[in-house]
Design a protein around this ligand. Structure first.
Ligand code: NAD
Ligand code: ZN
Length: 345
């Protein structure tokens, strides 16, 4: 039985459907007007053919696989394909894939003909619990992550946990980074390893999605509490950039959570126990807790292009306790760099 989670957004309300076997019913949820599925080469190799059969009137367009393709160049290449596919203003763009496809296709949907309808069909755990919900879409610039984007709400989000069967183990762990992030922000239950079993993915996803939905409904345009969802992300985005995206987003978030918790402790915001707990949960999931050979000073410098740092003033989401995130401004560079240095080994 599929679960429906209803989301109120400033433009319209939409439903997140979660349930085994939903992919096979996709035709029921897509508007009858022309539609185009944007996916990548890897996801197409698993599900492209099936989707073409399920949606005989839709074109399937593929982009290359990888964060390095979440760019304006890719977007530029997709627009003419939509024209060729005959997509007009009544049409729908569907994103079938992980967060990279979702963010890129969503940006295309937000801008093509000043915006067409958009449907999210996330296929990674990360995209299911995080990126497909809340309407943020966009691409990276060489100067930093997600620097060009828009808010584009989906008409519907279709989550079929069955597609996780083909997801590599490493990508599952990356998704778990966002699940535990939601746990630390707002739902301690998500931190219980008993809930992490893949056989119960549907329950885990629904619970993790619920945290994000509650926050984005309260603050759709990130004026206040939505910023809490960036816990660990100032560090993570710097790690991704400095490593030239050889670190996947989820692994960078894992270390980012550890760094944020340690910084919270150093600044006197939380107990040593909480900082240790964050590290333990991250390592139990199987995510990295150390920055390896990345240079702390270089990481700090890379944080300067974080779009949340207004006029160069640092801003971190930190933790006072589980369920109590806080925002800290103007943390001294030396303190941040020293925190990262301690994560060298
Ligand atoms: N918009 C938002 O609010 C938001 C939130 C969080 C993250 N993000 C973005 O999401 C991106 C990361 O997303 P991701 O972790 O899903 O990475 P991803 O999209 O690169 O997917 C990870 C890998 O899994 C493969 N894959 C996807 N589904 C599969 C399946 N079912 N079976 C087998 N392989 C599959 C992909 O081809 C890729 O190689 C980052 O760009 C990040 O910035 C956006
Ligand atoms: Zn993230």
């Amino acid at each position: 039985m599929a679960q429906n989670i209803n989301v109120t957004s400033p433009e319209f309300d939409y439903t997140i459907k979660i349930g085994s076997g939903l992919l096979d019913k996709i035709g029921e949820y897509v508007p009858a007007a022309p539609s185009v599925v944007i996916t990548n080469t890897t996801v197409a190799s698993f599900y492209g053919k099936r989707l073409s059969q399920l949606l005989p009137n839709s074109s399937v367009i593929t982009m290359p696989d990888g964060e390095q393709y979440k760019t304006l160049e890719t977007v530029n290449g997709l627009y003419p394909e939509l024209v060729t596919a005959g997509l007009d203003r009544s049409g729908t763009v569907m994103a079938l894939g992980g967060g990279v496809v979702g963010d890129t296709a969503g940006f295309v949907a937000a801008t093509y003909m000043r915006g067409v309808r958009f449907v999210q069909i996330p296929t990674t755990l990360l995209a299911m619990v995080d990126s497909s919900v809340g309407g943020k879409v966009g691409v990276d610039l060489p100067q930093g992550k997600n620097l060009v984007g828009a808010f584009k709400q989906p008409e519907v989000v279709i989550i079929d946990p069955d597609v996780l069967a083909t997801l590599p183990e490493r990508e599952w762990r990356c998704g778990m980074a966002e699940v535990i992030k939601h746990g630390f922000i707002a739902d301690e239950q998500l931190l219980q390893p008993e809930l992490w079993d893949k056989t119960q993915a549907e329950i885990l996803i629904a619970r993790a999605v619920a945290v994000k939905v509650k926050i984005v409904q309260e603050d759709p345009y990130e004026k206040t509490v939505r910023a809490y969802l960036n816990l660990g992300h100032t560090f993570a985005h710097a790690i991704e950039r400095v490593s030239q995206y050889s670190w996947p987003h989820g692994e960078a978030v894992g270390v980012g959570l550890v760094a944020a918790a340690r910084l919270s402790y150093v600044l006197g915001l939380c107990s040593a126990e909480l900082s240790e707990k964050v590290e333990k949960v991250v390592s139990t999931v199987g995510l990295p807790t150390r920055i390896g050979d990345l240079d702390p000073a270089e990481l700090f410098a890379a944080m300067g292009s974080d779009k949340k740092w207004q006029a160069g003033h640092s801003r971190f989401v930190l933790l006072k306790a589980i369920g109590q995130p806080v925002i800290a401004h103007d943390v001294e560079a030396g303190v941040v760099i020293e925190t990262l240095r301690q994560l060298k080994s």
